[in-house]
Design a protein around this ligand. Structure first.
Ligand code: GDP
Ligand code: IMO
Ligand code: MG
Length: 423
């Protein structure tokens, strides 16, 4: 089963992954890096996972960081340290030899670029994600497997670093010495070595043995570097269709995709957002939903649910079932709006615009629906939801042609209305 964020990230993938993880033999992260922030409330304790798969809290689940992930090794070890402080010290973690190492210079380049872009900046998480994926594409990156042989690792660093320093110099940023980089790598190496394997071979074998694999997406479809709101996107593809290429598994490995959507929309960082709202209404949703970034603590931009956007993602990802999250937050509003169409120059369009220029011209068409004021966070049966709440959900199902298989009414695992088995 693949868990895919259907909007601009932070849809609640962490909660759903944790919810399903107890049924999974293996949880796999296949793309992104520590730009992700997945919050989980587990037995009353709150965890914010970034690089580690959300099955890590479950000692029986094998957690795989697969080939398509970019790994900041220090950040990952820090995450493990925080977990052990919270009493999670027995876990199973496997890291792909083919995964890419995210280095301190990637972070410096990310920051320098954002600054240079000024008010045209992307609003990245400044974790070096873009520069690291770039180095992979231009064949200038170090991979986790390079840590296995110190001599060839040193040779790689010696050949790559002068090129990176040229770039840093151009930005007036901090340059790095081979000694400094090698010292950092040797420091993290010991802790990483026991986890490093060929995860492609491991997953292939697991698949043949009929193991249940849960793929935990990071980011959201609209942040996909190809199908998202380019250039205001991340540098990997969060789509479930990218999983085979990021894990070394065949297309048939992904039997089902569960789309994760909020009951409204949020976005962190810059870029087009057709249904965005501001003022006191946005503030009240932001407050009730605690819509502040897990990673950067930035206030998230807030908007109404955008059906044309979701329809586009459903089509490109082949989604038939969704989990609808944070429905309880909408008790904060008096009246609901639902975007049902996109218009440009007075004419309805039936496609998702692919350029910022066109997206900025979009005039969203809304229908208004009555809200509910009841606190729904303790409801566990669909039929007990207020009538207006069910109408909202049924309208979404009907207009999107998907089944809402799960409704989430609070951050806690228990605060869930399950309408059919997920996994
Ligand atoms: P992810 O990146 O997709 O895993 O989502 P985040 O963890 O970044 O953001 C989702 C936030 O909503 C987290 O703080 C969750 O604890 C919280 N959350 C998840 N589901 C619900 C829900 O149904 N209701 C409320 N109120 N909060 C939720
Ligand atoms: P999860 O997995 C929300 C956004 C950043 C920025 C853009 C590019 O928690 O849903 P990057 O650092 O990736 O180069 O930033 O992508 N972004 C996210 N927004 N949730 C995320 O992850 C995100 N990961 C990246 O805010 O707009
Ligand atoms: Mg998040």
């Amino acid at each position: 089963l693949a868990i895919e964020g259907m909007q601009w990230g932070d849809e609640g993938k962490g909660k759903v992954t944790d919810f399903c993880a107890s049924h999974a033999d293996i949880v796999v992260r296949s793309q992104g890096g520590n730009n992700a922030g997945h919050s989980i409330e587990h037995h009353g304790v709150r965890y914010a996972l970034r690089l580690l798969p959300s099955g890590i809290l479950n000692p029986d689940t094998v957690n795989v960081i697969a080939d398509g992930v970019v790994i900041n090794p220090k950040a990952m070890l820090e995450e493990l340290r925080i977990l052990s402080e919270k009493g999670i010290s027995s876990y199973q973690l496997l890291i792909s030899k083919r995964a890419t190492l995210l280095m301190p210079y990637h972070i410096e380049i990310d920051k320098a670029r954002e600054e240079a872009l000024g008010d045209k900046k992307i609003g990245t998480t400044k974790n070096g994600i873009g520069p690291c994926y770039e180095d992979r594409a231009s064949r200038l990156s170090l991979r986790v497997g390079d840590l296995l042989d110190i001599e060839s690792l040193q040779e790689r660093v010696e050949s790559i670093l002068p090129l990176k320093n040229l770039e840093l110099k151009a930005y007036g940023g901090k340059e790095f010495s081979v000694e400094e980089i090698m010292a950092m790598l040797l420091e993290v190496r010991e802790a990483l070595l026991p986890h490093i394997i060929d995860t492609t071979a491991y997953l292939q074998k697991a698949l043949k043995e009929g193991k249940k694999i849960l793929f935990e997406g990071a980011q959201g479809a609209m942040l996909c570097m190809t199908y998202g709101t380019f250039p205001f996107v991340t540098s990997s593809s969060p789509l479930a269709t990218a999983i085979p290429n990021n894990t070394g598994l065949p297309l048939t490995a992904v039997e089902d995709v569960l789309g994760i959507m909020k009951a409204y929309t949020t976005r962190v960082g810059a870029g087009p957002f057709p249904t965005e709202i501001d003022g006191p209404l946005a503030d009240s949703i932001r407050e009730k939903g605690h819509e502040f970034g897990t990673v950067t603590h930035r206030p998230r931009r807030v908007g109404w649910l955008d059906l044309p956007q979701l329809k586009y993602v459903i089509e490109i990802s082949g989604i038939k079932r969704v989990a609808l999250m944070l429905l309880d937050v909408l008790s904060a509003v008096d009246e609901l709006k639902l975007c049902t169409g996109y218009f440009i120059d007075g004419k309805e369009i039936d496609y998702m615009p692919s350029t910022v220029a066109e997206l900025e011209k979009v005039e969203p068409q809304f229908i208004t629906m009555p809200s509910w004021k009841e606190d729904i966070s303790s409801i566990r049966n669909y039929d007990e939801l207020p009538l207006n709440c069910r109408r909202y959900l049924e309208t979404i199902e009907e207009k999107l042609g998907v089944k809402i298989a799960m409704v989430s009414v609070g951050p806690d695992k228990e605060a869930t209305i399950l309408r059919e088995e997920l996994f």
